[in-house]
Design a protein around this ligand. Structure first.
Ligand code: ADP
Length: 575
């Protein structure tokens, strides 16, 4: 039954009972009133007339108006006959009164009339008694009926009072608690009051809503699980090793490659703290150095050589922080890290093949270029005949190109040697002054073309140094030739050799060129790097080879520069 109908029925019933109760009360009061009025009209008046007649009778012999008074009350009584026997009694009074009119002084008639009146009064008093009994019964009936109706009313009101509020509040309470459950994402929650009331409809709508939410959430979880599986498959099939850790450094996932190269079992890895795993595994210890020790410097280009299944593999390490912005928040939160080991073995192998190829080609080029140079020398010296000016000019051009070709070939050869790890140092003691002279001589003609002066300074404390002379000359030549190329005309280049510390010698080449902007200083020694916009010819290899040569000696190369004022390239070697 609908709530509205229930309420209407309950209140309506109460209303109906109140009407019945008040009607019954009214009816009984009316009955009682009728009974008393009946006594008043029918019997009280007769007693009143009888009393007046008795009084008049007392005075009839002395007072002339008493006769008429008696007659008046007798007439009134004759019109007020209500009880059985009353008519006869009244008729007796009338008859005796007629006799009295004739003989006023007859005391017998007087006493007869008194007897008649007394009988009349007796009749009416009996009637009053009977009627009062009837009124009493009416009152008792009224009390009984009203009590029954009242009790019925009370019972109905009590039942309504007990049932109706709980009928309304129970479903609301159940619904409220179910809404709380849904708000807490317990989409399996259902309400169970099944009725035809409005609450029943509400419950059905609520259950449909919860069902749809559950369906949606399960399909979302299913989607997320599928997505997770896809990503896991992808990560597992990667040739790069991947290790995921949470913010407390607990290992969340490890792919097959990481398991393969670490030689650990999955169950000894996943779910453990990475520092605990590192205790028994060198590779993991090496990988997490910078995670555990914040002061550990990051070496971005660090290549790890790891033997996997008996074969040399090369990996590049990268550690990525995972930060997320939680829903409703603005600040991003750190939730973990991913350690990646990129497998660069294939690139390494290709690189090695390329280096070997460059090495072979540049080595093969050196002999024919030297023969060309010798031929050119013979032609220039006119050992094989005279040349005209035009031929001489052509020859000079070919000679310059040959020198450039030879320089590139040497650079490539040096590069190949370094990259293939085949660089060999021919270390021996040599005089520094003679080396400086050689460098000056080699670059003099290029400096003259731009009217660039050389200044040299050699610390008297430094005379000889133990190093690969050819390579040191090569590095200094590179510094000086760069200085000439990147300096304006009429400037100066200073080559200085200083004692640095007890056992070290510092070689510096300072120019007055355009200088290098600070953001490029770090990259200047990187292979093939050239400052954007550099116009002079070049391939960006020279300085990287210089770095390799210096480092092969255990030395340190550096650059200082001020834009617009010039640069100082230097290296330090232990003597
Ligand atoms: P290359 O000179 O053949 O390009 P290098 O490795 O010798 O290659 O030099 C790399 C780059 O550094 C050059 O291209 C140039 O932009 C810059 N550089 C080198 N030396 C100087 C210098 N003395 N002054 C200004 N820039 C220089």
């Amino acid at each position: 039954m609908k709530i509205k109908t229930k309420l209407n029925a309950g209140v309506g019933l109460l209303f109906f009972m109140i009407i019945i109760l008040s009607s019954l009360g009214g009816w009984f009061i009316y009955q009682l009133k009728k009974d008393t009025q009946n006594i008043l009209a029918a019997n009280y008046n007769t007693l009143q007339y009888s009393r007046n007649m008795l009084l008049s009778l007392e005075e009839i012999s002395t007072e002339p108006f008493a006769m008429s008074e008696f007659q008046k009350n007798l007439d009134l009584q004759r019109q007020n006959i209500t009880e059985s026997g009353e008519k006869e009694a009244t008729q007796n009074i009338n008859d005796h009164f007629s006799e009295l009119k004739v003989d006023r002084g007859n005391s017998n008639i007087h006493s007869e009339i008194r007897k008649d009146i007394a009988e009349l009064m007796q009749l009416n008093m009996n009637a009053i008694q009977i009627k009062s009994g009837i009124a009493n019964t009416t009152a008792q009936n009224a009390i009984a009926v009203i009590s029954v109706a009242g009790t019925l009313c009370f019972l109905i009101a009590f039942i309504l009072m007990v049932n109706l509020p709980s009928n309304i509040s129970n479903p609301i309470r159940e619904l409220t608690s179910s809404i709380h459950q849904i708000a807490n994402r317990n989409y399996r929650e259902r309400v169970h009051f099944e009725s035809n009331s409005e609450f029943g409809e509400l419950a059905r709508s609520f259950n449909t809503m919860a069902e749809k939410l559950q369906e949606y959430s399960e399909s979302r979880i299913d989607k997320i699980l599928k997505g997770k599986k896809r990503i896991e498959t992808l990560i597992d099939n990667m040739h790069d090793a991947v290790i995921g850790i949470d913010e407390d450094r607990k290992v969340l996932f490890v792919n097959d490659e990481a398991i393969k190269i670490s030689g650990l079992k999955k169950e000894n890895f996943v779910g453990k703290l990475i520092q605990d795993v590192a205790v028994s595994n060198d590779l993991v210890r090496d990988l997490i150095k910078e995670i555990i020790d914040v002061n550990h410097s990051k070496n971005e280009s660090e290549t790890l050589k790891i033997f996997v299944e008996g074969k040399e593999n090369y990996f590049e390490k990268e550690i990525l922080d995972i930060n997320v912005i939680p829903t409703g928040e603005k600040e991003s939160r750190f939730i973990g890290q991913v350690i990646m080991l990129r497998n660069i073995t294939a690139f390494k192998e290709l690189d090695l093949a390329k280096t070997q190829f460059i090495g072979t080609v540049s080595h093969e080029f050196k002999t024919p270029i030297s023969s060309i140079q010798m031929g050119l020398q013979l032609l220039e010296n006119e050992k094989v005949g005279k040349l005209n000016t035009e031929q001489m000019k052509l020859l000079k051009g070919i000679d310059e190109d040959t020198v450039r070709l030879l320089k590139i070939t040497r650079e490539l050869l040096n590069l190949a040697q370094r990259e293939s790890g085949m660089m060999q140092l021919n270390v021996h003691p040599f005089h520094i002054s003679s080396v400086i002279q050689e460098v000056v001589d080699t670059n003099q003609s290029a400096a003259d073309e731009k009217n660039i002066r050389f200044k040299t300074y050699i610390d008297p404390q430094v005379e000889k140094i133990n190093a690969d002379e050819e390579k040191i000359v090569w590095v200094l030549n590179n510094f000086v030739s760069n200085g000439i190329r990147y300096s304006p005309e009429n400037s100066a280049i200073e080559i200085s050799i200083d004692k640095a510390g007890n056992n070290s010698v510092k070689f510096s080449v300072a120019d007055q060129g355009a200088g290098i902007e600070p953001q490029f200083l770090k990259q200047i020694f990187t292979r093939y790097f050239r400052i954007p916009g550099t116009k002079a010819e070049g391939n960006g290899l020279g300085l990287s080879i210089c770095k390799d040569f210096v480092e092969a000696h255990g030395g340190r190369i550096s650059v200082e520069s001020k834009t617009g004022q010039g640069s100082v390239f230097s290296f330090e070697l232990s003597s």
